[in-house]
Design a protein around this ligand. Structure first.
Ligand SMILES: Cc1cc2nc3c(=O)[nH]c(=O)nc-3n(C[C@H](O)[C@H](O)[C@H](O)COP(=O)(O)OP(=O)(O)OC[C@H]3O[C@@H](n4cnc5c(N)ncnc54)[C@H](O)[C@@H]3O)c2cc1C
Length: 550
């Protein structure tokens, strides 16, 4: 069957032939990296279809704009989880990027490769080629970081990595307090040495967001062998016999199809990659039958193994330190911050309200740091309200507490055969008792840091949870009521060879020729860090695997 194209998007290379070599679904962190590397040689005709568009919205580029993005309707999929039993039956808001660059265009811009030991664990789970040593050359080639040891850091890659500047009094006090609490300083947590406290690194360039759109997609879009189709929602994978050979997609209410001579690669992210598989008959046979979908291949792991990071906050009222609470309340201070950004492209407008963090050990049984503390220059009574952000009136800062290796597992599955309906997300947060214990230890560690001489003289009081929450039970009660997602879902099409694995170590979907997955959904475990760099390394590696196979 010939492909039908909306006339304005027919790529030149498709004028003479109705198919391309590779078709990628999803222009997110991994999809952009994959598309750019695959088209570099000019040898392969590649089409990338993306439900979002190349949105020029200024708040996508200005780092503080994240606060506007996550409460808005633009450039986002606004998913929510089902009511979560472990969180007092609260559903949690789960934004994802629906825009060129995907979630890298709406995220917090922290550049964190992750814990090297976690990648070694991926290899040990039966995934050759995915240890930290295997991935190091890719991490290096994909980044451009002016500082750091050239043996382990890249200096000429497409992802521009910077740190916040100038240094401010709150950041300095936090880092000194960490040292006083016995947390060693680590000048570069992306060097392979992960533990300790230091300045955060960001995907920004000259004070502007530098996501996968800027790093990979825009340069690649100049190539004659590459075409991106915007506002195109993939609805089904198409098959020729058992082999995947194309995609059906919708632009508005019009349906179209594209066919491939080589492979289809799904990079629609942790929420929508399993959804597209299930809609296409790849998944657990009984679940597909419930929704009246003909089973093409029984693969029970599709949509399972969901993991995410939760994020708790210790909030302190302070004196003698400048914070965003009072800066954003004062038109004069706000104007000064904006002017500084306009003139020098630095200061608090060039970062997402966060400047430093610490990876700490609170569990003696583990080799890896289990808790991350993150310095936020603000406090809010209801910070993750998905429709508005309100800051406290008094100066204040928060320590974010993120448990790095959650044991709770969830799932994402279709609700129906309607390809446009949001899937059902069950994160099962805090369903494993170890996770609550880790957060209680994390809260106590955060309190230890703020009690150190470098911070103590500035503390007016603990705003939240408040010193009355001193027992495990009262801390747990606060956490259940207030904890929210770090927005790092992974693992719903996990890589491996056990019966619940969806792709193999070369990212090929088990039992379905012609189909690969390349995004955060293939991570067998969460990489003990923020997940953008890990998603990008998967896109880069997927390109290597495809290029090696032809
Ligand atoms: C608010 C927020 C803040 C975050 N902060 C950080 C941070 O500071 N640092 C960090 O490392 N990580 C952060 N993350 C997480 C990180 O950005 C993601 O893990 C990563 O971007 C995921 O990449 P991906 O390629 O798997 O998916 P995505 O980047 O989400 O890409 C998937 C793409 O597929 C498209 N798509 C989906 N379904 C379809 C379909 N059916 N048809 C066509 N297109 C489709 C989507 O529109 C999207 O563009 C944050 C996430 C959020 C939401």
């Amino acid at each position: 069957m010939a492909a039908q194209w909306p006339p304005e998007v027919v790529p030149a290379f498709l004028m003479s032939s109705p198919s391309c070599d590779y078709l990628i679904v999803g222009a997110g962190s991994a999809g952009c990296a994959l598309a750019a590397r695959l088209t570099e040689s000019g040898r392969h005709a590649v089409v990338l279809i993306e439900a979002g568009e190349d949105d020029p919205w200024v708040w996508i580029r200005i780092p503080t704009g994240i606060a506007k993005i996550v409460v808005g309707q633009r450039a986002l999929w606004r998913f929510t989880t089902e009511s979560e039993a472990g969180l007092g039956h609260r559903p949690l808001f789960w934004p994802r990027g629906k825009v060129f660059g995907g979630t890298s265009s709406v995220n917090g811009m922290f550049w964190v490769r992750g814990d090297p030991l976690e990648y070694d664990h991926w290899r040990d789970l039966g995934n050759p080629g995915w240890s930290y040593a295997d991935l190091l050359p890719i991490f290096k080639r994909m980044e451009s970081y002016a500082k750091g040891d050239p043996a382990v850091r890249g200096h000429a890659g497409p992802n521009i990595i910077t740190e916040s500047s100038p240094r401010d009094a709150l950041t300095d006090a936090f880092l000194r307090a960490c040292a006083q609490a016995g947390i060693a300083e680590n000048p570069d947590y992306n060097s392979g040495h992960y533990d300790g406290a230091g300045l955060m690194q960001f995907t920004t360039r000259r004070g502007l967001r530098w996501g996968a759109r800027e790093a990979y997609l825009r340069p690649a879009m100049r190539r004659a062998n590459f075409r991106v189709i915007p506002r195109a929602h993939a609805t089904r994978i198409h098959f020729d016999g058992r082999r995947a050979d194309g995609i059906t997609y919708r632009v508005g209410d019009q349906s179209h199809a594209i066919y491939v001579s080589r492979e289809v690669i799904i990079a629609a992210g942790t929420v929508q990659s399993p959804q597209l598989l299930e809609l296409s008959g790849i998944g657990d046979a009984s679940l597909l039958a419930q929704h009246g979908i003909a089973v093409r291949h029984h693969l029970p792991g599709v949509g399972e193994n969901l993991r995410d990071h939760l994020h708790a906050r210790l909030m302190m009222e302070v004196r003698g330190l400048r914070t965003l609470n009072e800066t954003l309340r004062s038109p004069w201070a706000k104007a000064k911050m904006a002017l500084r950004w306009a003139l020098f492209r630095d200061g608090m407008m060039s970062v997402p309200g966060v400047t430093a963090h610490a990876y700490v050990h609170t569990d003696p049984a583990r080799r890896q740091p289990d808790i991350k503390l993150q310095l936020h220059h603000l406090t809010s009574p209801d910070e993750r309200n998905p429709t508005r952000i309100v800051l406290d009136e008094m100066p204040g800062f928060s320590l974010g507490i993120v448990h790095q290796q959650p044991s709770s597992r969830g799932s994402i599955h279709i609700r129906s055969g309607d390809p446009i309906a949001a899937p059902e997300i069950r994160a099962n947060y805090l369903s494993h008792p170890d996770d609550m214990q880790a957060f209680i230890r994390g809260m106590r560690m955060a309190r230890q840091v703020v009690a150190q001489p470098a911070l103590a003289p500035h503390i007016v009081r603990e705003l939240r949870p408040g010193i009355a929450a001193s027992t495990d039970a009262t801390i747990a009660d606060y956490l259940v009521k207030t904890i929210f997602s770090s927005y790092h879902p992974v693992g719903t099409c996990k890589m491996g060879h056990d019966p619940m694995a969806v792709v193999d170590a070369e990212l090929r979907v088990h039992g379905v020729p012609g189909l690969r997955i390349a995004d955060a959904s293939v991570m067998p475990t969460i990489p003990a860090s923020n997940t953008n760099a890990a998603a990008i390394v998967i896109g880069e590696k997927a390109a290597d695997l495809l290029l090696a196979s032809v």
